[in-house]
Design a protein around this ligand. Structure first.
Ligand code: BGC
Length: 787
């Protein structure tokens, strides 16, 4: 390779490397338009480096130069040397071999390496020492923030605020790119209807419409307008498809999903990401109806690429190609590589099936080289789009932006909107600073720094976390309110009641108790399924013991999933439910307690009363024997309350069929009044749009946000249809006394659905329309679809 010789002739990691590079860059640019090569070489020997050439032409010209082994190399991803290897195969290669693999052009990507010096050294080997100089793409799980941690995705979903989710992802991208990360394995958009499944924490909840809207928002946030921007990273929508349906909520378990359910429930958030231009997609570990997703040709090739026109690349999950052997779907690594390649998986994460077998599979004629070419092309395309050929290196000092005040402020805002108020008897909240003299803060999570952050935060730091105890202390200071503290339990799993006496004594001295309980961060997330959903340890006993003291209790629950806390809710005066809310969890909760902002989150997932009711989700189909209609205000049974007179209906005789809290539910410090809803038509045809207009007023005393929700029900269908389906939502801000008219434009085509022949149909007939502040919204009219 010929370098610019005017100012420098080397591109290695000397102490003056960046200065040299900069001078060289300017010089080369002046000469040729490429920082690394002369103009003539750019155009002739390496035409793919010509930035002005069309993308496909750049890809094709590079591909034409690649040897088969180099192509297979692009399909191969290895763990970095800083990351932890898990799973069955440990990792593709030993650390020492990694360098050689890169140098020989036989590695396309690295994950879990965020040491900037190491990342730059890897890139140098790839760009300057490998034959064709193809840069690596560096991947990392940036799931809900990089260093500034935002609420768990489930908490972000509780905001029902796509703009805010987009902003959170953009901040995560900016921070990650500054550390050399070009690609995140997010968003996870698996529909999750089972809170036993630990990965519900990483999801946007149970509803395809809400999840689709947040899926697209996340992709926009991570990727920005242009992947080559210095603050954009490639997104990876995962885990295609249906992973959340794991039987029994047990992680990695098999799924049985009918064709119509796959299309109507599990696929829409993936399609939304593809429509938003997502660069990559990850297939799941699980099998769907007997076929592991890593070899699922129908979904990966026919649907994803054929029907949806996805042009990015598919990465396997960690070892998931290899694990098709354990599934009993592939006989050995060679068969696994063959099946995955034929299904359309472009890159293998961690395990070595492609690297060890794909070259031979081509030379023996079992896989055509054209198939390999088609797998390589989208990977090269994304690398070109990221601008890696022009700028493979990361400036080591760019990390200055981590945890900037702007990022912390944004995290605090998202955290505030992610909290859902489930109860506020006698308006005990917000706390009144003018009356209170002493507050008791009690509970194992009140000062648990790490647990505020939640699962999947490889780059989050415990030290950055601001706990509720610290934040309440800080905010009480100016008003001379005394804050007392007793944890009651050593941690959330503690079963000993030894600390209860101190907790009771602390409560007795105070005017009010703020009791902070829940799940630690690492009992939700991957491989963290639970068979029970009670507060762990002796936390239930702590709640009931403190309830006997007779002081008002505000219960704050921090968890990665819905918990079965009906009895605990009965025992206290107010409840704020917070999915682990991130670095700024404490300040955000303090803001809500003091009424600086009203709680405004709404549940993105149904809360069951009991584990035995699961799966329990609002958009279920009806049975021929539905239970008596749901009356949320009266339905107070928690458990052990047998009613054998319910009749031969679809019921549970002990807890009833209905949830503790329905999807879309959440209270505010204010109240909202919905006026008469106007529908623009009572009859429409395919292609037309229904306008739904509703005046919503803030009838309370404080400014607050409401999330206005629109649901429909298709009364008669060729398949049984859900009793309700979300079709629109809007977050609005209202001052006291203010009214806003919310307008939804509902295209009639949105009322169509997929049948079991996987055809999308729009069926004539009656559709009920519901508008309100939760999935219990009242019926406001009927629309007839005519042919
Ligand atoms: C998870 C993925 C993750 C990958 C890489 C796997 O265990 O299922 O969601 O992106 O590891 O860390």
């Amino acid at each position: 390779m010929k370098f610019c010789t005017a100012l420098c002739n080397r591109h290695d990691m000397t102490p003056t490397y960046f200065l040299d590079s900069f001078l060289c860059f300017v010089c080369c640019l002046a000469i040729s338009g490429s920082p690394l090569l002369s103009a003539q070489e750019t155009k002739t020997e390496r035409p793919w480096l010509d930035k002005s050439a069309p993308l496909d032409q750049r890809v094709d010209s590079l591909l034409a130069e690649m040897a088969l082994e180099e192509k297979v190399g692009q399909l191969t991803q290895s763990n970095g040397i800083g990351g932890e290897a898990t799973g069955n195969t440990k990792n593709l290669v030993a650390d020492s071999a990694l360098y050689e693999l890169i140098r020989s052009g036989q590695l396309g990507s690295i994950l879990n390496e965020i040491n900037v010096t190491t990342v730059n050294e890897f890139q140098r080997l790839a760009v300057e020492e490998s034959r064709l100089g193809i840069p690596l793409i560096i991947g990392r799980d940036v799931i809900h923030g990089f260093r500034t941690i935002f609420p768990l995705p489930l908490g972000q979903a509780a905001t029902w605020n796509p703009e805010m989710v987009e902003q959170a992802c953009a901040i995560a991208a900016r921070e990650a790119r500054s550390a050399g990360v070009g690609w995140t394995f997010a968003p996870m958009v698996d529909i999750a209807r089972d809170p036993r499944w630990g990965r519900i924490a990483e999801s946007f909840g149970e509803d395809p419409y809400l999840a689709s809207s947040l899926s697209a928002a996340s992709v926009r946030g991570y990727q920005g307008d242009d992947l080559s921007n210095s603050d954009s990273i490639a997104a990876c929508v995962k885990h295609f498809a249906g992973y959340g349906a794991a039987e029994g909520g047990r992680d990695y378990n098999a799924t049985m999903i009918s064709p119509s359910t796959m299309r109507n429930v599990y696929l829409p958030p993936f399609q939304a990401a593809v429509d938003a231009g997502v660069a990559t997609l990850m297939c799941g570990f699980h099998d769907v109806n007997g076929i592991p997703m890593s070899v699922h040709k129908q979904l990966l090739s026919n649907v994803l690429r054929g029907e949806w026109g996805f042009e990015g690349f598919v990465v396997s999950d960690w070892d998931s190609i290899f694990e098709t052997i354990e599934h009993g779907s592939s006989k050995d690594e060679r068969a696994a590589a063959l099946a995955a390649a034929q299904a359309g998986v472009n890159m293998e994460m961690s395990s070595p099936c492609y690297r060890k077998n794909l070259t031979e599979l081509v030379t023996s004629g079992q896989v055509s080289e054209t198939t390999v070419d088609e797998l390589v092309k989208p990977i090269l395309r994304v690398k070109f789009q990221l601008g890696l050929f022009e700028q493979p290196y990361t400036e080591p000092d760019a990390a200055k932006i981590l945890l900037s005040q702007e990022h912390l402020d944004a995290a605090r805002k998202v955290a505030r909107q992610s909290v859902v108020m489930l109860k506020n008897e006698s308006s005990v909240l917000p706390l009144d600073k003018t009356i209170l003299k002493k507050i008791a803060i009690i509970g194992p999570l009140a000062d648990a720094k790490r647990d505020q952050l939640g699962t999947w935060i490889p780059d989050g730091k415990e030290a950055d976390s601001q706990t509720p105890l610290a934040a309440i202390r800080e905010s009480a200071k100016n008003n001379e309110i005394e804050v007392l503290y007793a944890s009651g339990l050593v941690d959330d799993l503690d079963r000993s009641t030894q600390g209860f006496a101190e907790a009771v004594a602390t409560a007795e001295q105070a005017d009010i108790v703020v009791l902070i309980v829940g799940e630690r961060a690492n009992i939700s997330g991957e491989a963290r399924s639970r068979a029970t959903l009670d507060l762990p340890g002796a936390q239930n006993e702590l709640v009931s013991t403190l309830a006997k003291v007779g002081k008002p209790i505000i219960l704050i629950v921090q968890a990665g999933r819905p918990l079965t806390i009906g009895k605990q809710i009965e025992a206290v005066d107010a409840v704020l439910y917070s999915f682990h809310a991130g670095t700024m969890a404490g300040p955000a909760l303090a803001d809500l307690l003091w009424g600086i902002e009203s709680p405004s989150g709404k549940l993105p997932v149904t809360f069951p009363k009991s584990v035995g009711q699961i799966p329990l989700y609002y958009n279920h189909v009806n049975t021929g024997r539905p239970p008596r209609p749901y009356d949320f205000a009266k339905d107070k049974r928690v458990d052990d309350d047998f009613d054998v007179e319910l009749g031969y209906n679809s019921n549970y005789i002990d807890v009833g069929p209905y949830p503790l809290f329905p999807f879309g539910y959440g209270l505010s410090y204010s109240t909202f009044t919905y006026g008469d809803v106007e529908l623009s038509a009572t009859k429409l045809r395919s292609g037309e749009i229904l306008a739904v207009r509703v005046p919503v007023s803030n009838s309370g005393k404080v400014a607050a946000d409401e999330i206005v929700q629109l649901y429909v029900r298709d009364l008669v269908g060729s398949l049984t249809r859900p009793v309700r389906e979300l079709k629109g939502f809007r977050r609005i801000q209202l001052e006291p006394g203010e009214t806003s008219v919310v307008e939804f434009a509902l295209p009639v085509s949105d009322l169509g659905f997929f049948n079991n022949d996987e055809e999308r149909v729009l069926e004539p007939g009656e559709y009920e329309i519901f508008v309100g502040g939760s999935s219990l919204a009242p019926k406001v009219g009927t629309l007839e679809i005519v042919e």
